[in-house]
Design a protein around this ligand. Sequence first.
Ligand code: GTP
Ligand code: MG
Length: 266
Amino acid sequence: MSVRVPAMSVLPPIRKDRVIARLPQCFRKEAALHTKEDFNNKVKTACQEQRTGTVGFKISKVIVVGDLAVGKTCLINRFCKDVFDKNYKATIGVDFEMERFEVLGVPFSLQLWDTAGQERFKCIASTYYRGAQVVIITFDVNDIGSFSHVRQWLEDSLKENDPTAVQLFLVGTKKDLSSPAQYSQMEQEALKLAQELSAEYWAVSSLTGENVNEFFFRVASLAFETSVLAELEKSGSRQIGEVVRISSNSSNLNRSSKKKQSNCCQ
Ligand SMILES: Nc1nc2c(ncn2[C@@H]2O[C@H](COP(=O)(O)OP(=O)(O)OP(=O)(O)O)[C@@H](O)[C@H]2O)c(=O)[nH]1
Ligand SMILES: [Mg+2]
């Protein structure tokens, strides 16, 4: 007697609200990685062809950096778990979450690394910066100090990465705490800086959820687009689904999230 096991039984189906069929638009045209209305045509064609071929599995590493208590953990938790905690619990070292999407019919994951902003944990956190395809630099829109440290965070995170290969986002947090007048003044400064750094600018609130999903959908889409284009360039006519194959025994993929923490940084 034989028992049939579905080939992809190891992973739960991708959530319906993580399916991306059209390119999500930028937040501000003045500071966007690009302002095209739709995915690149080459990418769309490659994805269509892949549907009939083998199943692909692609992952991009995303690191979230910025001063302590600007709201990095809350941002990730709002998106991944749809929760918000008003109590501050410092991240010690790093945490990470895996978030699965389907972009243009192709499975795609973001590995979201939530790093510590506190100075004494920075040395642990920075060892996890390497190999990031996306760097998200956060600051609190109500705290000019956190804004003035953005360049330093950029420098630190790019030390470990190829600056030309990284997609950069500048994200203002805690928008709910700011009056419209205060916010718009801050935004002028943030847009200027984002343009200078070639970053895409977003403003979010993890408390209300404003722009949180839109932001991560944009990150996933642009990371996906870039990685497919890079792969097409590398492989010529090879189908994208054939590039990364992960065996069904791979333990990492059985879980949707995994934590790594360390307690000392001396
Ligand atoms: N009002 C408001 N408070 C927020 C928001 N996001 C975070 N907070 C609060 O800000 C504090 C710090 O949030 P965290 O997400 O822990 O900050 P963090 O950047 O991860 O801090 P470190 O891990 O130390 O680097 C907490 O008390 C949160 O409740 C927001 O969008 N609105
Ligand atoms: Mg944190």
